[in-house]
Design a protein. Structure first.
Length: 604
């Protein structure tokens, strides 16, 4: 508001002229409040339309030629073959076992066939397979007497396949979506600047402008890499924009810190995406990263200070850190596994032990909210790795008993459950935060009272545990619901993409990351509205907190890695480039995989 006063003084607007100018500013703010939800819906619509525009296109990596002359496509790097309908390749030959064999390819195009304890066995070129064996193009395989020829695709065929597949951005331009998001950021910044409660507008302008700049720089970097699908990142930027508004309204002094955290989160996203780019490298890093997670929790147990009943914060050189947020990334890494690792039951037992150590460490520091999220993630990973409902139900039963003991031993947890569903009976006690959240949400309406003009921000933890109510109050129901819609879009896309993912490593990682985000969203939103017991978990990307932001961007990288659309994910390598020879220049020219070429004779 100081800027408005300064402008009025500069032009000599005093008295009636100054009042008229202030009145005009109010109409500008009203127009912005109407435009913001329209732009938010437009951004989400374009992201959804681009993500779900068409059915995912398959990738073919090899073929199996059957005795009847039929040819079966292997569309993943990991394929289970057997009589069961759940198999990737279901063959109705009575001699085959339900899950007979697995054909697995690595990033170097090297194939291995695994015998899944079949009754009829496997031979490769007449040699019996004991466990697993390497296979190459042209090998003759026999699965329980069913002969088949194994054929791989060539590099040239892979390039042709890439060239024929549709790339995202051809129908729905990502630049227009980013332009709409930039307008959303500028209007939201203007609303904060024009707010009567904003004392210093410079940080608001600098940080919102910085976020827009970072977003466009990222887009340019992806285009240089030949990537055109950035819908997932756009949704992340949209949520970060609302999170920036929350910080600007509640603790404007932390704005510069917030923009640094946002940039750091994007770097975490890029680094983890690069690690996942090479499947062999990612598999080798599983246990070192898992060990790092245990080390972080150990430091937390030994050195962290107690804050509001939980010993989950570390202070290093004046910087506060919540290690359990970063351990989420380690936990997903440890839980992800390629198909060849799923054959040995000892691997799932090792993961169960690892999960028990993580949840136990969180229980020791009384961080039961985060422990609940880890447990949800564990259930998803355990089921995807084993498919055993009995083990899942047994785990749920054990967790229920542990939860009962926690409620009995920890008084503050017991008080949360005592007020659950009865917040209005304990308005100034256990239901204090929930009742304030619901009252603020009711006062917001569809368009909100305006960014920076809410009163809920004065209540403790409004920008973290109760952030959904704060956004609904200041920006309105529509934008608050857009937050949930953005997270649901990310989740649906991860599940949908899993059907065409190249490796179970990426499938498990993406689904585990989504389970953490959705669990946090449900606990944060429903807890603040007294639908579930009130917890201290954050709303992904929106709640204030550096550790949480880094964790969210890191988890988003796992979701990005499962995206197999052509030229969509930087975490997936493109086919090798062509080298076209020019007789006139007597030199080779590098061509991208999707560019046309004249004749096959010109390619090397």
């Amino acid at each position: 508001m100081e800027i408005l006063n300064s402008i009025s003084e500069f032009f000599g607007m005093t008295g009636d002229a100054g009042a008229a100018y202030s009145e005009a500013a109010k109409y500008v703010v009203l127009a912005i409040r109407i435009l913001l939800p329209i732009l938010a819906i437009f951004v989400l619509y374009r992201c959804a339309a681009s993500l779900f525009y068409e059915k995912p296109e398959k990738e073919v990596w090899a073929y199996l030629t059957l005795p009847n002359g039929g040819r079966i496509e292997l569309t993943r790097w990991e394929n289970v073959i057997g009589r069961a309908r759940s198999s990737d390749v279901a063959l109705e030959y009575p001699t085959l076992s339900r899950s007979h064999a697995a054909f697995i390819r690595d990033a170097s195009a090297h194939w291995i066939v695994h015998d899944l304890d079949s009754k009829g066995g496997i031979t490769v070129n007449g040699d019996r397979v004991d466990g697993c064996a390497d296979i190459e193009n042209g090998d003759m395989l026999s699965l329980a007497g069913v002969d088949m020829l194994f054929l791989t695709i060539s590099e040239e065929s892979e390039r042709k396949q890439a060239r024929s597949r549709r790339r995202p951005g051809e129908e729905i331009s990502p630049s227009l979506t980013l332009f709409a998001l930039t307008l959303f950021q500028l209007f939201l910044m203007a609303e904060l600047v024009l707010s009567e409660n904003t004392e210093n507008e410079i940080p608001v302008i600098a940080c919102f402008g910085g976020l827009s700049l970072v977003m466009w720089l990222y887009y340019g970097f992806m285009r240089v890499l030949g990537r055109t699908g950035i819908e997932i990142e756009t949704l992340g930027f949209f949520l970060c924009t609302i999170g920036m508004s929350v910080v600007a309204s509640s603790v404007p002094g932390s704005l510069y810190k917030q923009i640094i955290i946002d940039v750091a989160g994007i770097f975490v996203f890029l680094i983890i995406g690069w690690l996942l780019r090479d499947l062999n490298r990612a598999k080798k890093l599983r246990w070192p990263i898992a060990a790092a997670g245990i080390a972080l929790l150990a430091v937390n147990v030994l050195l962290a200070k107690t804050t509001f009943g939980a010993r989950n914060w570390l202070s290093i050189a004046g910087i506060s850190l919540q290690p359990s947020e970063l351990v989420k990334i380690c936990f997903v890494f440890a839980g992800s596994a390629a198909l060849d690792r799923l054959f040995a039951k000892r691997n799932i037992f090792l993961f169960i032990i690892y999960s028990a150590v993580c949840v136990g460490a969180l229980a020791l520091i009384s961080d039961f909210d985060t422990a609940a999220i880890f447990f949800v993630c564990y259930l998803v990973i355990a089921f995807m790795r084993s498919g055993d409902f009995a083990a899942v139900f047994l785990s749920v039963g054990g967790a229920g008993l542990a939860g009962f003991l926690a409620i009995t031993v920890k008084p503050y947890i017991k008080s949360r459950f005592a007020t659950w569903g009865k917040a209005w009976q304990y308005v100034n006690a256990g239901g204090y935060q929930q009742t304030r959240t619901m009252a603020a949400l009711a006062s917001g309406g569809l368009l909100g009272v305006g960014a920076g003009n809410g009163w809920l921000k004065g209540v403790f933890a409004a920008d973290t545990d109760m952030v959904f109510g704060m956004v609904a109050e200041e920006l309105g129901y529509i934008i608050a619901l857009c937050i949930i819609a953005a997270l649901i879009l990310i989740a649906f896309f991860a599940v949908r993409s899993s059907y065409n993912a190249r490796s179970s490593f990426y499938i498990i990682g993406a689904c585990a990351a989504v389970s953490i985000m959705l669990a946090q969203t449900i606990l944060n939103v429903f807890g603040s509205l007294d639908i579930l017991p009130f917890t201290g978990v954050t709303l992904p990307f929106v709640s204030k907190g550096g550790s949480s932001m880094l964790s969210c961007w890191g988890l988003l990288a796992f979701i990005k890695a499962v995206d197999t659309r052509q030229n969509a994910s930087f975490a997936i390598k493109l086919p090798k480039k062509y080298r076209r020879y020019s007789r006139e220049e007597e030199a080779y020219t590098e061509l991208d995989a999707w560019e046309d070429f004249d004749t096959e004779a010109e390619l090397e």
